[in-house]
Design a protein around this ligand. Structure first.
Ligand code: MG
Length: 400
């Protein structure tokens, strides 16, 4: 029908214009080629509409996000379901006034489920009774991701630098990665005031007995960034350095019993993917065979939507987009055929009808420019490309 011209052509143009044509406006149109194309490390183009869209998570104010696993919600039931001692028996920690409180010398509280990389939220406070204790004895506890690396909990509020208080070693105050790294700033609140930790933890990655990446800990203390993707230097320790050792990829997370009745509330965790799991789109972790496989899968899906017998702008641009993922001979042959058909039609149009084609000429030329810029095709591989450029230049149609 694209060869009929005249009124039918205008009706069809108007119909297609009803679809969003301008990908630059942030909506998918018929012109899929927009940003830099997939490459050996990236299965998706820049601004790729074919890329899977993130799942919606509900984030009601003051509540855990909808995809969080709530580990303590103020009830004994949530303790029974989610916490145990180191032997898997019911924890002796108690619930009082909506808080989960360490029973001193009863042992660690351990999650019943095992977790690996995760975002962890917890609220805690230093008991007022412990406020006068010094050193490591003032409201000591800790969050221990995977039971291996401690984020310290301690009464560490210290606003007066000249006060003659017995200070702790900096790598042992609140929000330190204990024995490794002090927090960037001391964001502590006074004893008796609830505080928050939001922890993003990535475990070390091992390959063939060697550390591929040491893993990182990021901590927001009362909303303040205090550990900025700190790369783990060793296992949890005291006084001595203990190098990293391999462990299971999922283990219980733990809260420390250091002999102080530290209360906790609003505990939740979100499991997060390891950044090393991304083997299809990452400068760091992509595997070229996985990238290739996903690109071929996407190309096949898009090619199934192309009608190689109808050389209209939709099919021409669809075929060109397929080439950005895969240059299989079938795809190239279909693109050549469609482009030749569209080129012949353009050359048959009157100047007036060509003006009605402006959106498609410019949009298709932009697609060619993306492919040529990214060396997917050469500038002379398709004569349609030169024809489009000649038309746009002659008509003074900007192509940005
Ligand atoms: Mg501790």
């Amino acid at each position: 029908m694209w060869y009929n011209g005249g009124m039918k052509n205008k009706i069809l143009v108007a119909g297609i214009c009803g679809v969003a044509l301008c990908a630059g406006a942030g909506e998918r149109g018929i012109f899929g080629l927009y940003g830099d194309t997939p490459d050996a490390k990236h299965a998706w183009a820049v601004h790729d509409f074919n890329r899977p869209y993130p799942k919606q998570v509900e984030t009601p104010a003051g509540k855990p996000p909808s995809d969080a696993i709530v580990l303590f919600d103020g009830t004994q039931k949530s303790v029974d379901e989610n916490w145990c001692d180191a032997k898997g028996q019911p924890t002796k920690w108690r619930v009082k006034d909506g808080a989960f409180i360490c029973t001193p010398r009863s042992g660690l509280a351990c999650t019943r489920r095992a977790f690996g990389d995760a975002q962890f939220h917890v609220e805690w406070l230093s008991p007022l009774d412990d406020a006068r204790k010094h050193g490591q004895l003032g409201g000591n506890s800790g969050v221990i991701p995977m039971g291996q690396y401690e984020i310290q909990i301690l009464n560490s509020y210290d606003p007066d630098p000249d006060a003659k208080v017995e200070r702790n070693y900096p790598d042992g105050i609140a929000a330190s990665v204990y024995a490794q790294n002090p927090p960037l700033v001391n964001a502590s609140r006074p004893a008796g005031v609830w505080q928050t930790y939001d922890i993003i933890f990535h475990q070390p990655i091992w390959k063939d007995g060697k550390v591929l990446h040491p893993g990182t800990v990021t901590v927001f203390h009362n909303g303040v960034l205090v550990q900025d993707a700190w790369e783990l230097e060793g296992m949890g320790t005291h006084r001595v350095r203990r190098p990293l050792v391999p462990h299971a990829t999922k283990l219980p997370w733990k809260l420390q019993d250091h002999g102080d009745p530290v209360p906790f509330r609003n505990i939740w965790i979100r499991e997060i993917p390891s950044r090393w799991d991304n083997t299809t789109h990452s400068e760091m972790s992509a595997k070229e065979e996985d990238v290739r496989a996903l690109r071929e899968q996407t190309a096949a899906r898009l090619f199934a939507q192309v009608d190689a017998a109808t050389p209209d702008p939709k099919n021409v641009n669809g075929a060109l987009e397929v080439l950005s993922y895969s240059l299989k001979p079938d795809y190239m042959a279909a693109a050549k055929k469609l482009c030749a058909g569209y080129e012949a039609r353009l050359k048959s149009l009157s100047e007036k009808d060509l003006d009605a084609e402006r959106t498609f000429v410019v949009g298709t030329l932009k697609g060619f420019n993306v492919l040529v810029k990214n060396k997917v095709i050469g500038p002379d591989d398709f004569s349609l490309c030169a024809t489009l450029r000649q038309i746009a230049t002659r008509k003074k149609w900007p192509v940005r």
